[in-house]
Design a protein around this ligand. Structure first.
Ligand code: HEM
Length: 354
């Protein structure tokens, strides 16, 4: 589109040429691991889908425990294309979490967290926690028996943390047990508090990427590598990846609309063989490995302490991996990353089949 009057209107007020030069000068390193660079942008794209479909659903969803379940049934049965938007929101979330984990493992194994990108890692980690909480809070909004039982188990598990556990459990539930108050709270988290923090932290994360530029893996740095312009080379490839991912989300949404079980009944016993969402399965399986009592101490509390230690180690990995901070290869930390990845995959698969 060529509109000289509009362009001169902007040029008189803003440094349009300067901004254009900034985009023109942006380059991205090309090497054999460059596929990793597409994972962050794809996560961003999937988050955009979640925002749009979420906004549509919020026009009709009723966040009150007596009507929440019924309002979703109305969305999928009576609203024009309502089932499709709900299904897109469901599958968009699943695929966003998969891509987010892939992004995490790529940046972990390529040691992109090393100096000077520690803040990128920390801000990314906060985004991971937010995303998981998005999943948990969104799950309860369905207010069906399975979501109700899963949130009861998850918030109960958090309650086993020593010292702060009781507070976290009561804060999440908004009372002693999962109830209509929990639904109100999770709704507030899901549609206002978490999106606000997401937008702010994603903006910081992406600005840091622009500031530092893309990292180059240590195994590549020494070799002759070339830099390619972001516009149009990498940008077009980004668009292709986004189109493929959009195709996947639409296909899954059309072929496998998620089921809705019966309305939650706080007084009914938990349904048989209750399982959390797939990204919590590794935690669920880990808890099962521990006996009720270990040397007179509560086994679940010990398990939760070990899991917390494992997660904190991953969070602070840029500080522990001294070798890569000095720009040297650190195979030990590659192994640690692989062990984390394998543990997550094996436990998730066992959780699925058991
Ligand atoms: C909502 C979630 C997230 C979004 C939207 C996002 C977005 C992005 C984007 C667009 C990039 C630049 C392209 C790329 O390297 O793929 C990037 C880079 C990066 N992200 Fe994320 N990210 C998210 C979560 C995470 C998580 C969970 C981590 C790890 C804990 C992380 C760590 C990093 C690092 C270290 C880089 C720099 C990569 C490099 O310089 O090579 N991000 N992110």
């Amino acid at each position: 589109m060529n509109c000289p009057r509009l362009r001169s209107w902007f040029s008189e007020r803003y440094d349009v040429d300067g901004i254009r030069d900034l985009f023109r000068k942006k380059t991205v390193p090309a090497h054999r691991y460059e596929i990793a660079y597409y994972t962050g942008g794809t996560t961003l794209f999937l988050f955009a889908i979640q925002f749009v479909t979420g906004m549509v659903l919020s026009l009709y969803y009723i966040p009150y425990f007596e009507h929440a379940h019924g309002s979703i049934i109305e969305i999928v049965t009576k609203l024009n294309m309502g089932w499709f938007f709900r299904s897109l929101h469901h599958w968009g979330a699943q695929i966003a979490i998969v891509v987010l984990f892939v992004h995490l493992w790529c940046t972990l194994l390529l040691k992109s967290y090393r100096k000077p990108r520690e803040l990128l890692w920390f801000s990314g980690f906060i985004l991971l926690v937010i995303s998981i909480f998005f999943g948990l809070s969104g799950y309860l909004l369905l207010w069906d028996e399975r979501a109700f039982a899963a949130v009861r188990v998850a918030t109960g598990g958090a309650g086993n943390l020593p010292l702060v556990g009781g507070f976290i459990k009561a804060f999440l539930r908004g009372g002693m047990d999962v109830s209509g108050d929990t639904l109100t709270r999770f709704y507030a988290f899901h549609v206002s508090i978490l999106p606000l923090f997401t937008v702010l932290i994603v903006a910081g994360h992406v600005l840091l990427v622009q500031y530092h530029g893309m990292s180059v893996p240590l195994s590549v740095s020494g070799q002759t590598r070339k830099d390619v312009p972001f516009f149009p080379n990498v940008f077009y490839k980004d668009l292709i990846v986004w189109l493929i991912v959009l195709g996947m989300v639409v296909t899954f949404a059309t072929l496998f609309p998620p089921e809705i079980r019966g309305k939650a009944d706080p007084l009914a016993p938990a349904p048989e063989n209750i399982k959390p969402e797939w990204y919590f399965l590794f935690l669920f399986q880990t808890l099962k490995l521990f006996p009720g009592q270990i040397f007179g101490l509560n086994g679940e509390t010990i398990a939760i302490l070990l899991i917390t230690a494992g997660i904190l180690f991953l969070l602070f990995i840029p500080l522990f991996d001294i070798k890569s901070q000095r720009g040297e290869k650190s195979p030990l930390f590659t192994w640690i990353g692989m062990i984390y990845l394998l543990y997550f995959l094996v436990m998730t698969v066992i959780g699925f089949v058991s």
